[in-house]
Design a protein around this ligand. Sequence first.
Ligand code: ADP
Ligand code: MG
Length: 693
Amino acid sequence: MRPEILFPLFAPVTKLPGVGPRIGKVIEGLAGPHIVDLFWLFPTGLIDRSYAPKLAEAEAGRIATLTLRIDAHEPPPTRRLPYRVHGSDDTGEITLVFFHGRADYLQRTLPEGETRVVSGRVEEFRNRLQIVHPDLIAKPEETDERQAIEPVYPLTAGLTRKPLAKAIAGALARAPELGEWLDASLVKRENWPAWREALLAVHHPKAEGDLAASTPARTRLAYDELLANQLALGLLRLHLRQSKGRPVRGDGAIRKRVNQQLPFKLTASQGEALKEIDADMAANQRMLRLLQGDVGSGKTVVALLAMLSAVETGAQAVLMAPTEILARQHFATVQTLLAGSGVEVALLTGREKGAQRKQIFADLAEGRTAIAVGTHALFQEDVAFRELAFVVIDEQHRFGVHQRLTLASKGRAVDTLVMTATPIPRTLTLTVYGDLEVSRLTEKPAGRPPVDTRLIPVGRLNDVIAAVRRAMEKGRRVFWVCPLVEESEVLDVAAAEDRFAALKAIFGNRVGLLHGRMKGKEKDAAMAAFLDGRIRLLVATTVVEVGVDVPEATVMVIEHAERFGLAQLHQLRGRIGRGHEASTCLLLYASPLSAPAKARLKILRETDDGFRIAEEDLRLRGSGEVLGTRQSGLPLFRIADPARHEELMTMAYDDARLILERDPDLQKPRGAALRVLLYLFERDAAVKYLRSG
Ligand code: ADP
Ligand code: MG
């Protein structure tokens, strides 16, 4: 149960004064659905209204707060001209200018003959002072000394400064004093304010310096978040250690048969990883291991062979993918590799419905199905297993820790293998996964020529189309990835549809389209046609990013490559170069491209090493991009930035360990405060591992 003191903070934002359903929606998109989410939206700038000169002294170019007598209104003679209001003090005159100003509104807010406080950027125009669209107009008695400096928040479409500022002020008014969860000596040493004090300080900057990430207030809040995260991971780890595992040792019969049917030999690192996984599974402890391998390094086969150990003992295994396309592809791969083995495999996504779905559930519950492949549909409550022993989660960072736990709780002493192609730098693994064991696939299967990557200005589109035509004529497949439009899937899709229409006009029926808004069946049809060559050119949004495996694909065109993260481009590029033919990746950019942006893209031309690329990306763009959390909408951290707060993270890690050593169930007084911390940062899932919650 969430502590009562936090209830008001977890109410919907629409409970705040001035936040109706419309603004509520926008705020939800910007910050999150709860009042507490507004706390973590930090100001990025400030407007200093403390400059309050007399008109004679007012300097052009500065933001000034002026106390004016309103002298006369001058409505525009034609609609093309602005509405003007003239004001003065005893030292001079100024004109307030409003384009498309509404007369009734202006007469109400700036009545002739009265005094008003007006704030905005003072300009000089034809030797007269003016302010265009003042951003504050108030009665003298309404102005507030404390408001002389106003924080500026990041805005989004559909939200102006005033309602957002008001909502945040409303949220802050609800911030309670919370018991200190940090170690007193740490707080003292670092000179950190208490939680509430820190929060208020962050939202009421007094000078530019207060906006820096390194202020004591911001650092404290970042530390709080990191500690909550490490504590949650620590609790999970403790839970896994305490709960008994079970030794899973297959007899190797099925695995041997499947191994013989593989059209290739495992690489040395695949063999090594498999050995490590086998040892974990055989141990009397629950496994939690990360299998990290660059795109195309062959993680799926390793996962499948590992799953077979569980199956050989008569237990069940699950393979979970982040997207439906990928789930279907894994399903097809697994089915092919298991053909004739007698192992039953089922596919479960949001699309299997009705009687078919019921049948899948029944087969899983009664153990007729040994392996389930699927999407997050597998997390659902009504999915039960007879004897689930092993869970593989592909591309884990797209799922929350909470979901991982849900799946593990569907079996007894379940072993978990997490697979990721995101070459997370070592500095980040700790934050994201805690200290779980890691196996790395360091080599790629032999015989794959490297992908030739080129940067091409979009002005040379005709050359690109000619190259695409040559590849298609040779029977090769081409991916054409369309630009990512910020925060709008609808616009992404529109761009893809336009490009599809244009390419279809050139290449006819050989062109297909794939995007996230298509119905499942349409997606399947497009993928199937691309796989068997009826479609040679597939125009797609980033849905092809993860995992899709089409060995005949040898060309990838990426439009507006400059808008993508390097790690994401690397993932995309990993979709080609999977067969024996030489492949080409054409990164189209809109010119002019700044020198740093070009240098960034050049990294892709220089290296195919996912780790190096991720390190660069982390350096250049921050952790959210590298982890893909921004795209998947699951920010792991709201305040802390693992790229910048490495030292804090290590501190939080040590701190969490010590806390759990001394008070594993958070029963002591500080423990109670730490529970509040876990809830505050929505690490609730971990709380249920406390013996008395
Ligand atoms: P990942 O998921 O790591 O990106 P996949 O598991 O999808 O990579 O494997 C990529 C491709 O390489 C697949 O077509 C797979 O069949 C093939 N593959 C896997 N292991 C080997 C190997 N040892 N030798 C040759 N090809 C392999
Ligand atoms: Mg894969």
